[in-house]
Design a protein around this ligand. Structure first.
Ligand SMILES: Cc1cc2nc3c(=O)[nH]c(=O)nc-3n(C[C@H](O)[C@H](O)[C@H](O)COP(=O)(O)OP(=O)(O)OC[C@H]3O[C@@H](n4cnc5c(N)ncnc54)[C@H](O)[C@@H]3O)c2cc1C
Length: 379
């Protein structure tokens, strides 16, 4: 994107997040929903398609632009980003990179406009960290496939129009997994009630059941069996860098909340910011925030140049998701008893940030990916 246009986008999003979304945080927490006025403005601003190609109605941001936008989005409740996260990220990118021209034309413009929601349906009971164990099956039957199985923890499933479903079409561990675009209105698709989660009120996950769902052969992504595993991995890698940037944005906000509290709260008639041990908590968080920010910007640069599309995104996801958890933990400490009370932003962010170490690959899985890449490079 033209750098001047991108600067305008960034400024508009930044103002919108700070002026409109931040004041609505308590409402989002209380109602477990993103208000329609925020959804509509986000759609008008192109946020449902910031990472989708321009020729299909998106903003076509590069990874370097994506992470800078994500840092702005991370400044508020993660549920806001989650509303359009699957369209741009894990689900949308499968269609962008692996879909047929017809599949792209059918879905991407609607996803980019916020007229349709896509979910990424990979995880199953017993197939989370190890997606090669998926048991959901797709059996060819003439010009159709018949899908049966169940998925869990699927973000935006309660709102989805289309599910990007990973299902087994063959025996081969990786090569036997294919990916389908399954409309939620089809007979046999059942979405469970939204899960009751620890945090991120306003973002919804659910189980999805496929009871002999007949989909046309044209629903097979790319028109080819066996691409599912590669498509999932490639989409998740990009997603990891985006999540790392969200963690950086959130860490920055949490530091701001901590500094404000430390400057205003008093003990023994003086601000707690005078205590050097409180200052140390702020300093450690700021240094870690800065390290995460630098890391994400560099990783995104290498992703765009093609120099590193695997190792750095996992390093960034690992470091930044753990970092924002530490920053949130220190923020609660800075707030003392108030930090443990509902209604205080850092208490909410403490719960909201916990999942970043789990989804799109746990911290343990990121370590395995990093080590595998290092050992492969050595060999
Ligand atoms: C809020 C939320 C939203 C989500 N959204 C989606 C979504 O939209 N789409 C989707 O498909 N999934 C989604 N998920 C699922 C998420 O990606 C998985 O929960 C995650 O990958 C972990 O898988 P699991 O839950 O099966 O846990 P497990 O894989 O069983 O992990 C349990 C523990 O074992 C460890 N472990 C597992 N394997 C290994 C190993 N080989 N070596 C070392 N340690 C290991 C893990 O690190 C973890 O500590 C979401 C989850 C949550 C909580």
């Amino acid at each position: 994107m033209d750098p001047n246009v991108f600067d305008d986008v960034l400024r508009t999003v930044r103002d919108f997040v700070r002026d409109e979304v931040v004041p609505a945080e308590d409402e989002i927490e209380r109602t477990d929903a993103i208000p329609e006025r925020l959804r509509a403005t986000a759609a008008d601003m192109g946020l449902f398609g910031f990472a989708l190609p321009e020729e299909h109605g998106g903003l076509g941001l590069s990874m370097s632009e994506d992470v800078r936008l994500a840092m702005e989005l991370g400044h508020t409740v993660p549920a806001f980003r989650s509303m359009f996260g699957t369209n741009n990220g894990i689900a949308g990118q499968v269609i962008v990179k692996y879909g047929t021209e017809e599949q792209k034309q059918r879905w991407l413009p609607r996803l980019a406009a916020g007229e349709a929601i896509a979910s990424f349906a990979l995880t199953e009971d017993g197939a989370g960290s190890d997606p090669s164990s998926v048991r959901t099956k797709a059996v060819r039957d003439g010009e159709h496939y018949v899908l049966s199985g169940a998925k869990r923890f699927i973000t935006n499933a309660p709102h989805a129009d289309v599910l990007v479903v990973f299902a087994r079409t063959g025996e081969d561990v990786h090569g036997g997994i294919s990916v389908f675009l399954v409309e939620t209105g089809l007979d046999g698709v059942r979405i469970g009630p939204p899960n009751a989660k620890m945090g991120q009120a306003g973002a919804h996950t659910a189980e999805v059941f496929f009871d002999d769902v007949r989909v046309p052969a044209s629903a097979l992504v790319g028109g080819q069996e066996g691409t599912g595993f590669t498509a999932a991995m490639s989409s998740l890698t990009r997603g990891r860098l985006h999540i790392a940037a969200i963690c950086v944005g959130l860490a920055g906000r949490i530091v701001e909340e901590s500094v404000r509290f430390a400057a205003e709260a008093e003990q023994g008639g003086k601000p707690i910011s005078r205590f050097q041990l409180v200052q140390a908590l702020l300093a450690e968080s700021q240094a870690e925030y800065y390290a995460g920010r630098s890391m994400v910007l560099e990783a995104a640069r290498e992703y765009d140049s093609g120099a590193d599309t695997r190792l750095a995104p996992s390093c960034a996801k690992l470091f930044c998701s753990e970092m924002v958890s530490r920053v949130a933990d220190r923020a609660v400490q800075v707030h003392g008893g108030s930090g443990y009370m509902r209604g205080v932003p850092v208490e909410r962010f403490y719960r909201d940030s916990r999942v970043f170490r789990i989804y799109e690959g746990t911290s343990e899985i990121q370590k395995l990916i990093i080590a595998k890449q290092l050992l492969r490079q050595f060999a």
